[in-house]
Design a protein around this ligand. Structure first.
Ligand code: 5AD
Ligand code: SF4
Length: 472
């Protein structure tokens, strides 16, 4: 019996790809192990969105190398964005790597493994499936009824934000048909899944291939909104439908209307802004102004009362002045984000921004990041504190860490919430109403209102560290 281990870096798209890698391997007779020293196959699924992630990969490969010397026949594969970006070059930089596998080449893994096991030389397969895009299906996991699952609706990105390597590592946009998306969701929900997150690099630019998009600029109509309505109608047992990450310029009136209409959509959206300075947004080629972003955000929050927003922000992009950064802080205040991922700008190969000097000193980048995080933390704390005394619906994901009879899950707005269940009860997979009794820095504590269900609807699955949202 052959054993494998997959180590994942980066965004949720990579987490999803890792799951597909696992499925392909299970189909090929491999079984999972948590112990890299026992693995016959080690897959590192990589991220190249910032240089730091790439450094981490190189040092991990260094630590994995001895495993190959200790046991004959161990196959070391590098998948994901660094694989796509570097291709053959990676085999020169790390000659002990056996296989370099692009995100679109996951289905070829078994045949490539046969070649490697047969003694073939190291190989790089990094070809985009432009003509016939393949979307690996998310399947219910055998013996498991997971609470939450991802479903890809599109891949690649046509935006070309000047700092971003993703259009290079993931190719141009390709869309999956509405029918297959709805079918996959229906199958997952039949298998016990309660919450689906639709994935795509610019998830809300999705459109039905073959049907001309009404407009690729901000328009009032959006086929993505139609897709959400379809899922809500055709899979009525779905408890929650999330999506990540939308691009602000595809946040159409129609999509906002869907948030007002569809109770299956949670009251939270992750809407990357990147900067609050018009000059910086222009240089980043984000194709909206700060005024447009703020207006859209406010219309969305009015359409669905209580809706919160989180975001991604890059600090220290070339040419960012103190005044530009203060514009960003000002936008963070005006929109009232309750969470944010912040990143220091990192020059990436093949991106247009490489033509701009990386001129914000490292200390200034660090200082701006700290100020950004302080402001967001203040807003998050105030937001959570204001929820004390309110009632919230928690989709229970499993026992809280430490197993003290306490369970945890996510509220409608994606806040982490804990509550106590009577001994012997396991409400995993149910939506439980709680009254919030206490607010911590990043989570809530509450008391269940009414009966806590006795038996689970789903199985709690411990996940590794939290992944970043997919870009946009
Ligand atoms: N440098 C820093 N941050 C980046 N991101 C994307 N490219 C870069 C880069 N070159 C950030 C964006 C994106 C998030 C996932 O990563 O904020 O939304
Ligand atoms: Fe595309 Fe998002 Fe990268 Fe912009 S930041 S190029 S929208 S993946």
């Amino acid at each position: 019996m052959k054993r494998y281990i997959v180590q994942t870096f980066g965004c949720q798209m990579n987490v999803h790809d890792s799951r597909r890698i696992e499925e392909v391997l299970h189909g090929d007779g491999y079984v999972a192990t948590d112990d890299a020293t026992l693995a016959d196959l080690i897959v590192v699924n990589t991220c190249s969105v910032r240089e730091k992630a790439e450094h981490k990969l190189m040092s991990l490969l260094g630590t994995l190398r001895p495993l190959k010397d200790q046991r004959r026949g161990v196959v070391l594969a590098v998948a994901g964005c660094v694989a796509q970006q570097e291709g053959e070059r990676l085999l020169t930089k790390a000659p002990f790597v056996d296989l370099v596998l692009g995100p679109d080449n996951i289905p070829e893994l078994p045949s490539l493994l046969r070649e490697a096991e047969g003694g073939a030389p190291p190989r790089a397969r990094t070809v985009f499936d432009m003509d016939e895009p393949q979307f690996l299906h998310a399947k219910p996991r055998e013996g498991l009824r997971e609470v939450t699952s991802f479903v890809t609706v599109m891949k690649g990105c046509d935006e070309r934000c000047t700092y971003c390597i993703v259009p290079y590592t993931r190719g141009s946009e390709r869309y999956r048909s509405g029918d297959t998306i709805v079918e996959e969701i229906a199958r997952l929900v039949e298998g016990g899944v309660r919450e689906i997150t639709l994935l795509g690099q610019t998830v809300n630019s999705w459109y039905e291939d073959g049907v001309a998009p009404t407009s690729r600029r901000v328009a009032s109509r959006s086929q993505f909104a139609d897709l959400l309505r379809r899922v809500a109608t055709e899979v009525p047992d779905l408890a929650r439908l999330r999506y990540t990450s939308p691009h602000p310029r595809h946040l159409t009136d129609d999509l906002i209307a869907a948030h007002a209409e569809l109770s299956v959509l949670p009251a939270h959206v992750h809407l990357p802004v990147q900067s609050g300075s018009n000059e910086q947004l222009r240089r980043m080629a984000r194709r909206y102004t700060r005024e447009e972003y703020i207006e859209r955000a406010h219309v969305l929050m009015r359409a669905r009362p209580g809706l919160t927003l989180s975001t991604d922000i890059i600090v220290g992009f070339p040419g960012e002045t103190e005044a530009d950064f203060e514009d960003t802080l000002d936008l963070v205040r005006q929109v009232g984000f309750v969470a944010a991922f912040g990143f220091k700008y990192s020059p990436r190969p093949y991106t247009p921004a490489l033509n701009l000097p990386d001129d914000v000193p490292e200390e200034v980048k660090s200082e701006r990041l700290t100020r950004l995080f302080e402001l967001v933390a203040e807003q998050q704390t105030a937001h959570l504190a204001a929820l004390v005394g309110t009632r919230q619906h928690v989709l229970v994901e499993g026992p809280s860490r430490g197993d003290t009879g306490r369970f945890s899950g996510r509220t409608d707005r994606h806040e982490i919430a804990h509550f106590d269940a009577p001994a012997g009860h396991d409400p995993t997979g149910h939506v439980v109403e709680i009254e919030v009794t206490e607010a911590y820095k990043h989570s809530l504590l509450g008391r269940a209102v009414g009966e806590v269900p006795r038996g689970p609807l789903a199985t709690s699955v411990k996940r590794g560290r939290l992944a970043l949202p997919v870009l946009a």
